[in-house]
Design a protein around this ligand. Structure first.
Ligand code: GLU
Length: 420
């Protein structure tokens, strides 16, 4: 079988990672392609009436990677760089991420190529609803469950749930996760990804015997994940010395006032014009000396060109796929940097999404403390599995995480067999 539709840097990157991991675990050739390639891909055209009365068309994607462990699960991204190939690569990573955490899901991802900053709130609502409307035949609480990703948020999830519920005729909160708590969302979901990142960073700092009050963090990306990670790191006593968004970076050696940055970016929709720190470029930010560097935005920002200049002790991948394959090969040889791979580092988000789904299905809701405790347990267990695998086979931490996740999917496929 050959596939052309997914051709893109991100899909190629996910495939190369998979091929290497499949090689390491000597994956049976009859299972290699079956496990690698996405099961389904939907492309929909969404006509949306704009505020000026004109109708504009938006192309939307949803890739469901595998169906062997349960329904598919993953975010929905609204971003001008979205392509079906990128979404397919991201859906593969969701598969390994869910399996590593032991969640009963296959991976999925959705996306629309759109610049949300150019849409009014009513246009965004019509686009979100129309996308869900077009996807109704292909999603469901037992089929495919969406969640926020870059460019989408609780409000988008609320509109999507409302659109689906109106179609079915009764409220189905389990159709999406990352909803507002008032609609059946989970306590702790909004901050889960960032909090999970901070939690695993703290855990590795403890292993490395780095005192938290002497540690510094640099965060690239100040969306939901980056900003919540910054708040959680601060709460653990870790100083955040630089943050950035698409417009540029902000550096203050004495520590960024995260709360102030957050309030500013809420009002101004970005950090542009924020005066509380020195301005630096995004490239310079990645090279700052710090204890932990946290890419929390797009894929492929750590490359062969800049990886040698990283000046951090820990690289915590809050984004999906921030490190290219070439950069990863170089990192692998560098014992001075501990890399916490994306499919583990940012898995707090989907873990709490799973809790939200379970709570919705049961109509029985948990406290924030319960949610966080259960999330920490899963993260601790996954970390242990990664470290054991790494030790046992001499793998890099990324290879360990990928092989554990992929092996679980493979096991499910093998015992289910091939039908008919
Ligand atoms: N978009 C998030 C991710 O990449 C969360 C997915 C989810 O909660 O389903 O992991």
């Amino acid at each position: 079988m050959k596939t052309h539709i997914y051709k893109s840097k991100v899909f190629d990157m996910a495939c190369r990672q998979f091929d290497k991991a499949a090689d390491l675990i000597n994956l049976d050739p009859s299972l290699i392609k079956r496990t690698k390639y996405p099961k389904r891909c939907m492309v929909v055209t969404c006509p949306v009436r704009m505020d000026n009365g004109q109708v504009e068309l938006f192309e939307g994607y949803r890739v469901q990677h595998h169906l062997s462990l349960g329904p598919t699960k993953g975010g929905l991204r609204f971003h001008p760089a979205v392509t079906v190939g990128e979404v397919a690569g991201l859906s593969m990573w969701m598969s390994w991420k869910c399996a590593l955490a032991g969640l009963p899901y296959g991976g999925a991802k959705g996306g629309i190529c759109v610049d949300v900053s150019k849409l009014s709130i009513t246009e965004l609502e019509r686009l979100s609803r129309r996308y869900m409307q077009e996807m109704i035949p292909f999603v469901g609480p037992n089929t495919d469950i969406m969640a926020p990703d870059m460019g989408t948020n609780e409000q988008v999830m609320a509109w999507m749930m409302d659109t689906y519920a109106n179609h079915i005729g009764n409220s189905i909160p389990a159709i999406v996760t990352g909803k507002p708590v008032s609609l059946g969302g989970s306590q702790g979901r909004r901050e889960a990804t960032g909090h999970g990142v901070a939690y695993v960073v703290k855990s590795y700092m403890n292993d490395l015997r780095i005192p938290l009050d002497q540690a510094t963090a640099v965060i690239q990306g100040f969306g939901n994940v980056g900003s919540e990670a910054a708040l959680a790191l601060n709460a653990f006593g870790i100083k955040v010395i630089a943050i950035s968004d698409v417009h540029g970076g902000y550096y203050n050696a004495n520590g960024i006032d995260v709360q102030n940055a957050l309030e500013y970016s809420k009002i101004h929709k970005s950090l542009k014009g924020w005066k509380e720190a020195d301005i630096i470029s995004n490239e310079a930010l990645l090279r700052l000396k710090c204890t932990v560097l946290i890419p929390a935005a797009l894929e492929r920002v750590i490359t062969e060109d800049n990886v040698r200049q990283l000046n951090c002790r820990i690289l915590a991948e809050a984004a999906n796929g921030p490190t290219t394959n070439g950069a990863d090969e170089i990192l692998k040889e560098n014992d001075n940097i501990t890399t916490i791979p994306d499919i583990f580092c940012n898995s707090g988000g989907v873990i709490v999404s799973y809790f939200e789904w379970v709570q919705d299905l049961q109509s029985l809701f948990w406290t924030r403390e319960e949610v966080l405790r259960k999330m920490h347990n899963i993260l601790d267990r996954a970390k242990m599995e990664i470290e054991t695998q790494k030790q046992k086979y001499g793998y890099s931490r990324r290879e360990a995480a990928l092989t554990v996740g992929i092996q679980k999917v493979v096991n499910a496929k093998s015992v289910r067999g091939l039908f008919p």
